[in-house]
Design a protein around this ligand. Structure first.
Ligand SMILES: Cc1cc2nc3c(=O)[nH]c(=O)nc-3n(C[C@H](O)[C@H](O)[C@H](O)COP(=O)(O)OP(=O)(O)OC[C@H]3O[C@@H](n4cnc5c(N)ncnc54)[C@H](O)[C@@H]3O)c2cc1C
Length: 392
């Protein structure tokens, strides 16, 4: 058995596996579905890092704290902000080709809650590019991959995997949990729409809590403000925040703007829900509440550069975002809370580390857009390196 067992093949698990391997440990990565299945690959809008000339990691840190309404763990938020620019450089070394302006500068946008332009993009398939580069880097290393292998039992130094009904017991020196969030399961239970993929079911966090790991903000789930409410084929699709970063407006049923489109996510989502609850929304053909996202103020060149995939998907479904109003409503998107970690990803149980959406504290009770893709790289790498140091 390898020194280190990583659970999950999203960005956090892949980054942890790379860092642990590069620090000298032998690594096995087990993942529940196919190795490419994860929420990371679905991320569209972008990744935050303070790379702008008028920006700094101090401003990034302040924006995280303010957007979280001071509920984020300041130690973790500081690490996240400080390591943003170096993380982007690392991703570029791995082959992530961030979108650049004609003059060669990185293209950056201002996202909700931010005081500066800080959102780097790979068109609107940023997560796909990052996950692909990390998977390639894992493939270039001597890292054992077990796909369709679900963690079903957990204790320090002991993990039971279920591979298509066959169970195996592994006894690694360290375990890194990077199994993402639970919004897909919650949506199935409540009947809400969700942006999440099939793997986002949350059982690994439950196993960790049962093994003694402390958890925080368990109840705090984030709704993406602009989930598509119509057309039916796109219901639940997260219309990226970059639409609003480049000028799209939210309009109620009377055609009035009712919120600052670049306010923190929870503020925008609550404003939409309130607008509908108080009778100023619209109703979709299948009876769902919604408001309109009006992308017509966006320069078509910005749209083609920063959300081409979104344009294609809506046009295929019969609506042109640049000329038609898009019915949108908040959808379940992200679990803010999760396992308590320190700055090296150590949980409160020795021998178990964690990184990514399964953890809590980095964003407090309200995550800013773009900080999750950063978090999975920063804390995935930290957890991998720290676990490798410990087993050495
Ligand atoms: C549609 C969408 C758009 C988004 N856009 C952005 C964005 O623009 N910017 C941003 O910063 N964030 C964005 N996010 C959020 C971000 O993508 C995720 O929070 C982040 O990628 C989570 O990474 P992760 O590695 O922690 O988990 P995931 O990428 O979800 O990976 C979890 C892995 O664990 C596996 N797993 C689960 N249970 C088990 C088990 N029992 N045993 C073994 N393996 C298991 C899963 O199959 C999966 O491989 C978006 C999310 C979605 C869904």
């Amino acid at each position: 058995m390898s020194d280190i067992l990583v659970i999950g093949s999203g960005g956090a698990g892949l980054a942890a596996a790379i860092a642990a391997h590069d620090a000298g440990a032998s690594v096995t990565l087990a993942t529940k579905l196919g190795v490419a299945s994860c929420n990371t690959a679905k991320a569209q809008g972008g990744i935050q890092a303070a790379v702008g000339a008028d920006d700094s990691s101090e401003l990034h840190f302040e924006d995280i704290m303010r957007s979280s309404h001071d509920t984020a763990d300041p130690v973790l938020a500081r690490v996240l902000a400080d390591e943003g620019p170096a993380t982007v450089a690392w991703l570029e070394e791995l082959g992530v080709a961030f979108t650049r302006e004609a003059d060669g500068e990185l293209r950056i946008a201002r996202c909700g809650g931010a005081t500066r332009k800080r959102l780097l993009q790979v068109g609107d398939q940023t997560g796909l590019a990052i996950a692909g580069a990390l998977r390639t880097a894992v493939g270039e290393r001597d890292i054992e991959i077990l796909d369709h292998a679900a963690l079903v039992e957990l204790a320090p130094g002991r993990a039971v995997l279920d591979r298509k009904g066959e169970r195996s017991v592994l006894e690694p020196k360290a375990i890194i949990l990077a199994a993402g969030g639970r919004c897909k399961r919650v949506a199935a239970e409540t009947g809400e729409l969700s942006t999440n993929g099939d793997g986002a079911t949350g059982e690994v966090a439950e196993l960790a809590v049962a093994a003694g790991c402390a958890e925080r903000d368990h109840d705090s789930l984030q709704r993406h403000p602009t989930g598509a409410a119509w057309p039916e084929a796109l219901a639940g699709y997260a219309v990226p925040e970059t639409t609003r970063a480049y000028g799209a407006r939210l309009l109620n049923g009377r055609g009035e703007q009712f919120v600052d489109e670049l306010a923190p996510r929870d503020v925008v989502a609550e404003a939409i829900i309130r607008e509908c609850a108080e009778g100023r929304g619209i109703t979709t053909p299948d009876g769902r509440p919604a408001v309109h996202l009006d992308c017509s103020p966006v320069d078509p060149a910005d749209a083609e550069t920063s959300f081409p995939y979104t344009l294609r998907r809506f046009r295929k479904a019969g609506l042109d975002p640049l000329t038609d109003l898009l019915p949108v409503y908040p959808v379940l998107h992200y679990q803010n809370g999760g396992l308590v970690i320190d700055a090296d990803g150590a949980t409160t149980v020795p021998g178990i580390w964690a990184a990514g959406e399964i953890t809590g504290g980095v964003h407090g009770r309200n995550r800013m857009m773009g900080n999750s893709l950063l978090e999975i790289c920063v804390f995935g790498r930290r957890a991998g390196a720290a676990a490798a140091r410990t087993v050495a």
